[in-house]
Design a protein around this ligand. Structure first.
Ligand code: TRP
Length: 450
């Protein structure tokens, strides 16, 4: 395969890239965040809006990001700088988002490590809500696990792209899929699960408000690793022969499949065990152990499952760290090792207040815990803003013609959707994101005077 830039690392193979990019997309966003956000936002109607957002905005933007990345062969910030200096700030937003997301992502990753250990010691036989609360309200324990999670993530990024990221993704993705299927079967056959199925699959439109739509949009961005240049960075390691439209379709499909299955595993159990679906970030951690407790060889399955959740989280976390470190490596000319270690330490420190805010100390911002506030800031503000700007940049500054040229490998591939894609990127995506944003923040109401 042609390597345009021999100094720059590239993916070892096509499947390696697909797995690594899906590895970035599939993570805690699917297994932990999607079920609880769906639960909080009324179930099936949310799922439906999510799917629409995914098809229209998710697919178009992932393609735009991959094209920008492969064309420039740069990190997020470098890519904008190369194409049009005035847009460099979009890269800055992306890197800030990466920092913020990884700081709380690593806390949840740490909880997963704690759960792996607890599944070995048989802690999940009693009150699983109590197990969870006592973990997260402990001032030290989650921070220690958060440190371990960051260290594992940094170790892989430290080892470099092909070596670390590709190998890790190749094994865990299929394994996770199979195990998730087993858990789904147990969950939907629990007594009382049918209420949960109805909640998840039968839309109740009265639940939908502006903030439901913002939440769905935020989840699309979060789950597909969009809006911060993560896919620009991953695209930059691609060679010129890769079929971008195909990759841009496969990644969202795999990602959505995993999220859908996670919802199907968790939400029926929520109803079967009488947990509140609006419970929030705790949802997965409270219901899953109860499901495992109802399975033969439960603690064995629990152990394997949480190991796989951890691996899925790590393949996503490395992509977040990679965005930040590839910037520092390319632009500040730091060696990879130094960049990775320094960034990991800074992000670890930023995560500490998120961890403490879960019960040890009360740290609230606008009525949200510090962790939830960081999540809201990143997922519902920085990522959509970044995504909107990336779409505007791609449609108006770089130009649809240049982008399509890149997407079709200079006309050698056919891309039937090019005209629709161009319209979405130039008009629909930026406008839709803007309206959803104004609507959810109440600004639209103020303007319309109602
Ligand atoms: N998409 C990942 C998940 O679902 C999280 C993630 C990785 C991410 N890289 C990202 C989210 C970049 C936003 C932007 O768990």
């Amino acid at each position: 395969m042609e390597n345009l830039n021999p100094q720059r690392e590239q993916w070892g193979s096509r499947i390696g890239f697909i797995l690594a990019a899906s590895g970035s997309a599939i993570g805690l966003g699917n297994l932990w965040r999607f079920p609880y956000i769906t639960g909080k936002n009324g179930g099936a109607a949310f799922l439906f809006i999510y799917l629409i957002m995914l098809v229209v905005i998710g697919f178009s933007l992932i393609l735009a990001e991959l094209a920008i990345g492969r064309h420039t062969q740069r990190n997020t910030l470098g890519a904008f700088k190369k194409l049009d200096k005035r847009w460099t700030f979009v890269g800055v937003i992306g890197i800030i988002a990466g920092f913020v997301i990884l700081s709380f992502y690593s806390i949840i990753g740490g909880w997963t490590i704690a759960y792996i250990i607890r599944s070995l010691t048989g802690a999940f036989t009693g009150d699983t809500a109590e197990v969870f609360t006592s973990l997260i309200s402990n001032p030290w324990e989650p921070i220690v696990y958060h440190g371990i999670f960051m260290a594992m993530t940094a170790a892989i990024v430290y080892a470099g792209i092909g070596n670390g990221i590709e190998k890790a993704s190749k094994i865990m993705m299929p394994a996770l899929f199979v195990l998730l299927l087993i858990v789904v079967v147990r969950s939907v056959t629990l007594e009382g699960a049918s209420k949960g199925l109805e909640f998840y699959l039968k839309p109740d439109w009265s639940q939908v408000t502006g903030s439901t739509i913002l939440a769905a949009m935020g989840q699309v961005f979060f789950s597909l690793s969009l809006g911060m240049g993560c896919m620009i960075t991953y695209g930059s390691y691609l060679n010129r022969e890769e079929n971008l439209p195909k990759s841009a379709a496969i990644i969202p499909i795999l990602d959505t499949l995993m999220a859908f299955l996670a919802g199907l595993a968790i939400l029926p159990a929520v109803f079967a065990f009488g947990v509140d679906p609006g419970e929030g970030p705790a949802l997965m951690f409270i219901t899953l152990p109860s499901i495992f407790a109802q399975m033969p060889l439960g603690s064995f399955f629990a152990f394997i499952f949480f190991v796989l959740v951890l691996l899925a989280a790590i393949t996503s976390a490395i992509s977040l760290l990679e965005v930040c470190s590839s910037y520092v490596i390319d632009e500040w000319e730091w060696p990879r090792k130094k960049a990775t270690v320094v960034l990991a330490i800074v992000i670890f420190l930023l995560g500490v207040p998120s961890s403490l805010s879960q019960g040890a100390v009360s740290i609230n911002i606008f009525g949200l815990s510090f962790l939830d506030a960081m999540d809201f800031l990143a997922s519902n503000i920085l990522l959509p803003a970044g995504g909107m700007l990336i779409a505007i940049f791609c449609g108006w500054s770089w130009g649809i013609k240049n982008a399509v040229d890149e997407i079709t490998n200079r006309g050698r591939l056919s891309f039937k959707f090019a005209p629709i894609w161009g319209i979405i990127i130039k008009f629909i995506a930026p406008i839709a994101i803007f309206i959803v944003f104004l609507n959810a923040t109440g600004v639209l109401k103020m303007i319309l005077g109602s």
